[in-house]
Design a protein around this ligand. Structure first.
Ligand code: MEV
Length: 442
């Protein structure tokens, strides 16, 4: 009997994994098969599986996503093999194609512009702002002192608290202030470090005010609303670019000169600067590359995307994160993006594949990983806009999607081989592949 969906489940998290699995299977027509399928994705090594189970809550199985490699990615003269974890069929191919293209034109160049992270303590205080600003130097000292047990290790690694600023936002929300804190977290993404410091700051602020006997009793209190890092990191930014003489773009498209291709490409990027619909898709293509590297290295891709999309809208309109410059006979394609990445801490050394990815990349610093991830963003962006402005996106995309369509029709190996040959010079579509497989099976 299939379990009814409208019954509230009590104590799910307390069940044993096997029992959670059985309970979930009861929502299907064929629970036995479901249990078998979900179990088939368990790791064969029990201790490895336990590690994955403990990453999260209520784990019943693992969800596999392909792990691919983009080879020959030259960044600042160094050749990398880049691990990319992504389910979309054309992303690794597009990145690899761009890597090959630019490896013949000087490679990618990249520069980390800044590495500061940000956090905030949001609080309400009912006194006059000037009083609070006057107290800031003393508060700053006390906050840093109180956070020392948390910051000591980070300071040994060259990081720590950079600046603590009081911001008066009482014109927006009555009695609302914040402590805006900037941090340097070196090779760690730093989320736990920052949040621990900020929570400590919240407590210390309360104590500090309570000790200010020169203030009225009412002003010796504040209400801490929350203390949390910001995922908007406009001062943790990397700039990555490719450049070549226009003449080196002559063979990109048979119908366009290098100059004409560059101008068309530039117009496409300009459209993403002025049109929000196009900007979203343009930047999504950038995050195809960035997220793949973030996932492969155990980084938080949601945080990275949140920062990027906010950065893309920093002047009030959401715009392209990349831009084109054509001057002095040179074509230059530039991506500037905030990237708060880590190469130590978090999942980076716990997830066996994240650890392996970092080793494949030569155990980079966080700054180096910023350059690597942004390069893949630019590489995917270049391939997408190049296809869009020449042969269109579907030719390449559907070619890469061919295996998904063949698998949908449950094609066997010989049918797949025949189809790959057949569709070398034929248009791939769901219908055309279906017809072709049907003709083979007649
Ligand atoms: C698809 O995942 C990404 C593209 O749509 C990006 C773009 O349009 O620039 C191809």
């Amino acid at each position: 009997m299939r379990r009814k969906r409208d019954i509230i489940i009590k104590g799910f998290s307390k069940l044993l994994k096997e029992d959670k699995l059985k309970l979930v299977a009861e929502y299907f027509e064929n629970p036995g098969e479901v249990i078998e399928l979900l179990k088939s994705f368990w790791h064969h090594d029990e201790s490895q599986q336990k590690l994955f189970d403990e990453f999260s809550e209520n784990t019943i199985t693992n969800f596999i996503i392909p792990y691919g490699i983009a080879p020959n990615v030259i960044i600042n003269g160094r050749n990398y093999l880049i691990p990319m974890v992504i389910e979309e069929s054309s992303v690794v191919a597009a990145a690899s194609a761009a890597a090959k293209f630019w490896s013949e034109r000087g490679g990618f160049k990249s520069l980390v512009l800044s590495t500061k992270k940000v956090g905030q303590v949001h609080f309400n205080w009912a006194g006059p702002a000037t009083l609070l600003f006057d107290l800031m130097p003393a508060l700053d000292r006390m906050l840093r002192e109180a956070a020392k047990p948390i910051t000591a290790n980070m300071e040994k690694r060259g990081g720590g608290i950079l600046e603590i600023k009081l911001i008066d936002l009482t014109d927006k929300i009555e009695n609302y202030y914040q402590l805006l804190v900037t941090f340097e977290t070196k090779d760690s993404m730093g989320a736990n470090f920052i949040n621990s410091v900020l929570e400590e700051f919240g407590q210390t602020l309360k104590v500090f005010l309570s000790e200010q006997t020169q203030l009225s009793v009412a002003h010796r209190q504040c209400d801490i609303i929350m203390a949390i890092l910001s995922n908007f990191t406009p001062e943790c930014v990397v700039r990555t670019w490719v450049e070549c003489p226009l003449s080196q773009l002559d063979n990109v498209d048979e119908k366009l000169s290098g100059d004409a291709f560059a101008r068309k490409f530039e117009t496409a990027v300009r459209i993403a600067e002025v049109d929000v619909y196009r900007a979203a898709t343009h930047n999504k293509g950038i995050y195809n590359g960035i997220d793949s590297v973030a996932i492969a290295t155990g980084n938080d891709f949601r945080a990275i995307e949140a920062a990027g999309h906010t950065y893309a809208a920093r002047d009030g309109q959401y715009r392209s994160l990349s831009r084109v410059e054509i001057e002095g006979g040179m074509f230059r394609f530039i991506l500037e993006v905030p990237l708060a990445l880590g190469t130590v801490g978090g999942l980076t050394s716990l997830h066996p594949l994240a650890k392996q990815s970092l080793e494949l990349l030569g155990n980079p610093t966080a700054s180096e990983l910023m350059m690597i991830a942004s390069t893949m963003g630019l590489a995917n962006n270049f391939s997408a806009v190049k296809s869009l402005t020449t042969k269109g996106i579907q030719a390449g995309h559907m070619k890469m999607h061919l295996f998904n369509i063949l698998n949908h029709f449950k094609a066997n190996e010989s049918e797949k081989n025949a189809a790959v040959e057949h569709f070398k010079d034929q248009k791939v579509s769901f219908a055309s592949v279906g017809q072709y497989i049907a003709s083979l099976r007649k």
